[in-house]
Design a protein around this ligand. Structure first.
Ligand SMILES: [Fe+2]
Length: 445
């Protein structure tokens, strides 16, 4: 079991204290409580949560919200909160022997999101469907306001509290986590809420047998989640296969694509780009040299200087890469990065002759990451440069080959700003005296 960072421990204690206070308030203000209902719906929620589907980073998504939503509107806040506590320790956690802090965060989040959503429902005009014998036509449209408010508050608290917890685990901004892992779940929540209402309505009429029938659409919804996640996995596998194909063709690029992806991600995060953009840049960097598949192996692996004709062939690889990917729907957003990754900031690169801000930012990031890795890797004809020397080279070529903001972001991400400052001045003066800024080697340039 991994040791939990201190901020996770503090966060879990803060959540726990708040959850305990809310629970105490709900117990003291409760008018009735049926343990039979708590146990039955609790087991149902536990099952739904145990069948949850993992998200790409941390956490999982399940259809248990529909059941909790039904319990909120069927009974009262305390029943709903006690039922939601069954989501604290699900089957996956037992199997993985998850940390006690994760359980505290899960349990406290469940109490807070369910408790507050229930209170909002009952204080905004909502009523217990079991007491009233279900919804009738005359309850519409006024009942819609408490229902929508309840679902929205539940989602808001759930996504925010979990995003903050994940951000502590992953060291990524909670806003980025929210956009990448939670934003897309909004339509699912609003699809599951009506299902919860149907669930509650059926229960008021048919009791337990009707619920068995409702479970079937819930399982269908689960399958839809699963297919979506599997599709994402298939995209990653496709990208990996293409990377393997590039590396089989060009021995020098072995490991290069992954490293360019790593540096590109560091730059993107330093520039505070959205999580969607960071993900796009990682894919683009992994595939930036995919066009080399169309360049003859004898040219790519030639140990000596390339002839003019051979060099022209190598220069075709950004366009070739773009044409290889142009029909792949899910990769269409990475195409500009691949097509323009050899453009230079002053327009002297190759490809389409773009310059400055007309070169897409993703491509500008990759150009710097590509050059940095080329310089810090061993070549048959020279040793690897140190990060510091490579960063000096990048800085010397700002404005000519690279974008200043991108290079600054890389230097900041590598945490070498301090070491770089004294030597950079000297280097810059020398280059200015020589009256030229050199062009940094990227690959077989
Ligand atoms: Fe390239």
């Amino acid at each position: 079991m991994q040791e939990m960072p201190k901020k996770i421990k503090i966060y879990s204690i803060v959540l726990f204290v708040n959850a305990l206070a809310l629970l105490a308030y709900l117990i003291f203000s409760a008018r009735s409580l049926s343990w039979k209902h708590v146990l039955f719906f609790g087991l149902l929620v536990w099952l739904a949560e145990s069948l949850g589907i993992d998200l790409p980073k941390v956490g999982a998504v399940s259809v248990s919200f529909a059941i909790i939503f039904a319990v909120i509107i069927l009974f009262n806040p305390i029943t709903a909160v006690l039922v939601s506590l069954f989501t604290t320790v699900v089957w996956r956690d037992i199997k993985e022997r998850s940390s006690i802090y994760k359980w505290i965060i899960n349990g406290s989040t469940a109490v807070i999101e369910t408790g507050i959503a229930s209170l909002v429902y009952y204080h905004s005009g909502g009523f217990s469907l079991l007491t009233r014998g279900g919804l009738t036509y005359s309850d519409f449209p006024s009942i819609l306001i408490p229902l929508v408010l309840c679902a929205a508050i539940y989602f808001l608290f759930n996504s925010l509290l979990i995003s903050i917890a994940i951000s502590f685990f992953e060291n990524i901004s909670p806003i980025n986590i929210w956009f990448f892992d939670c934003k897309w779940a909004i339509p699912n929540y609003f699809a599951l809420a009506p299902l919860g209402v149907i669930f509650a309505q059926v229960y008021t009429i048919t009791d337990v047998p009707g619920i068995i029938l409702i479970i079937i659409p819930l399982l269908v919804a689960r399958e839809a989640f699963k297919v979506y996640m599997r599709l994402r996995g298939a995209y990653t596998d496709t990208v990996k296969s293409l990377v393997t194909a590039i590396e089989a063709k060009d021995a020098y690029t072995r490991g290069h694509s992954e490293r360019v992806a790593k540096y590109s991600e560091m730059i993107a995060r330093q520039m505070k780009l959205s999580e969607d953009k960071v993900e796009l840049i990682k894919y683009a960097a992994l595939l930036h040299d995919v066009g080399k598949i169309g360049v003859a192996k004898k040219i790519l692996s030639k140990p000596s200087q390339l002839s003019e004709d051979e060099y022209r062939k190598v220069q075709e690889h950004p366009d070739l890469g773009a044409s290889i990917l142009k029909d792949v729907e899910f990769l269409k957003d990475v195409m500009p990065a691949i097509q323009y990754h050899h453009e230079h900031f002053d327009g002297s690169g190759y490809g389409s002759g773009l310059e400055g801000a007309t070169i897409p930012l993703v491509a500008r990031i990759m150009t710097a990451a590509d050059a940095f890795d080329a310089m810090t890797s061993v070549r048959p004809y020279r040793d690897a440069m140190t990060s510091l020397d490579a960063a000096k080279e990048l800085r010397a070529c700002i404005g000519a080959q690279f974008d200043a903001d991108v290079v600054d972001a890389l230097v900041a991400a590598l945490d070498i700003e301090e070491k770089l400052r004294p030597c950079f001045k000297e280097e810059e003066d020398t280059l200015l005296m020589e009256g030229q800024l050199k062009i940094v080697e990227t690959e077989k340039d």
